[in-house]
Ligand binder design. Structure first.
Ligand code: 2IT
Length: 445
């Protein structure tokens, strides 16, 4: 029999100082420990010890020349976490906050998320401490070439298929893929999130945000409600927030906030026209990491240095970065009548925030279920690439909807409590875990 605190302190001893990885491990283990303690095969096969240890970590130096001719040195990683159910799959993050700790937590989460999608994908994550902020297009190109020159040795369409994440969008994926093609001369589609003209799936750019809304619709349906007329706050302004705002508006909800490191925008009229929604794409491609220009352009309010959680809403979607929403924010949301907290970024809520939500009647949906639509459509991109075909947008969107519904059903199946309410955290963790654990048992050590 495993004891939670003993297990967690052993992981802490093995991974000193890796707070985010430990936070992610604790959350999953809390949910799955009863399942493990109940299954002699999981215990005998040391599944818990094995599943919290990445298969391997690749760390490399990335040297590139800036526009002044000066050599810059960054660090790059690929964490190949678990390939029991399919090739390693997960994004690349370029952000100054990236450390090995960050990528281990993301790779760990990705393993269970990918399992939930129903598609055959293992878990991986990579990236660099490179900051795209203020960089010119040629600097981004030179960095991407240097990064891929090293990474290309470790990836392949049946071994490891990276994609985008924070700081890595269509442009960066294009540059990375171009370098891979120059080196390997293999059009196998080894990265997902490519532009449509060279193998990218339609709906991939929208997929994470759309998927989050499809999942939220299921949560609402389960609670006997509808998304129509709901007032929503969103944090972030990047790819995920963009897709979420677009779909929420289309489904009849009203999104009133977006945010950046500079503060948040409150648009009481709703971020609801093509011009407003597409302006988010402009903000992102400008590489400045700010949202204030939106307020100036559309006559909305801007709150410098603040987070959007103080705005009264029915539903809150955190779409920016890990640990962006804390216990105080949950208290404020709850006090102001918010009833649904939909974690859309990876581990967007601190452990204290999650504990706080549990004290309220708010319904909480965890990131690894909510945001799985992005990697799911990446999986669909892999299928299209290996079959050398393209699917129509409607077909991809239909499959995405189906996958999000299936993730919701898995959460209900594994997370329904005695009183009939649903613990979405337990549901997602247990469902995601079981498939990977069973594969590991079947494959031996
Ligand atoms: O966190 C995520 O799931 C992603 N960044 C997307 C990964 C992917 O392979 O599409």
């Amino acid at each position: 029999m495993y004891d939670l605190e003993k297990v967690v302190s052993e992981i802490e001893r093995k991974n000193p100082g890796q707070k985010e990885f430990l936070q992610a491990c604790r959350e999953v283990i809390e949910s799955v420990l009863p399942v493990i303690n109940d299954n002699p095969l999981y215990i005998k096969n040391k599944i818990l010890e094995r599943i919290t240890e990445p298969d391997r970590i690749i760390e490399f130096r990335v040297c590139w020349e800036d526009d002044n001719g000066e050599i810059q040195v960054n660090r790059g990683w690929r964490v190949q976490f678990n390939n029991a159910i399919g090739p390693y799959k997960g994004g690349l993050r370029f952000h100054p906050s990236v450390t090995l700790d960050t990528l281990k937590f993301l790779g760990f989460e990705q393993t269970f998320k990918n399992s939930l999608t129903t598609l055959p994908m293992g878990g991986g994550k990579g990236g660099s401490d490179f900051s795209p902020k203020g960089k010119s297009d040629s600097e981004i190109l030179r960095f991407c070439k240097a990064f891929m020159s090293e990474l290309a040795n470790y990836i392949g369409p049946n071994t490891d298929v990276p994609a985008g994440d924070i700081g890595v969008g269509g442009r960066e994926i294009g540059y990375l893929y171009g370098q891979y093609l120059r080196m390997k001369r293999e059009n196998t589609g080894v990265l997902t999130g490519k532009l449509h003209g060279f193998g990218g799936s339609l709906v991939r750019p929208e997929a994470t945000g759309y998927g989050a809304m499809y999942f939220a619709e299921e949560v609402l349906k389960q609670a006997g409600e509808s998304i129509v007329g709901k007032r929503i706050s969103v944090s972030g302004f990047g790819n995920v927030a963009w897709g979420a705002v677009k779909k929420a508006t289309e489904l009849g909800a009203k999104v009133v906030t977006i945010s950046g490191p500079d503060g948040y925008v409150l648009d009481e009229d709703g971020i609801n026209t093509d011009e407003k929604i597409n302006y988010m794409l402009y903000l992102r491609s400008s590489n400045q990491d700010i949202v204030e220009p939106y307020a100036k352009k559309f006559g909305a309010k801007f709150f410098k240095g603040k987070k959007p959680w103080e705005v009264p809403v029915d539903m809150a979607f955190c779409c920016a970065i890990q640990n962006e929403l804390n216990a105080e924010d949950v208290k404020t949301l709850n006090k102001n009548g918010c009833r649904f907290l939909i974690e859309t970024s990876n581990m967007g809520c601190t452990a204290d925030a999650v504990a706080e939500v549990k004290k309220t009647s708010m319904i909480f949906a965890p990131g690894k279920a909510v945001n799985a639509g992005g990697v799911a459509v990446s999986g669909l991109e892999m299928s299209q690439n290996s079959a050398h075909i393209y699917w129509r947008a409607e077909e991809v969107d239909e499959r995405l909807k189906h996958i999000m519904k299936s993730i919701h059903s898995q959460c209900v199946k594994e997370g329904t409590l005695e009183d009939g309410s649903i613990d979405y955290i337990a549901g997602a963790n247990i469902a995601g875990f079981k498939k990977v654990a069973d594969a590991m048992v079947a494959q031996g050590y």
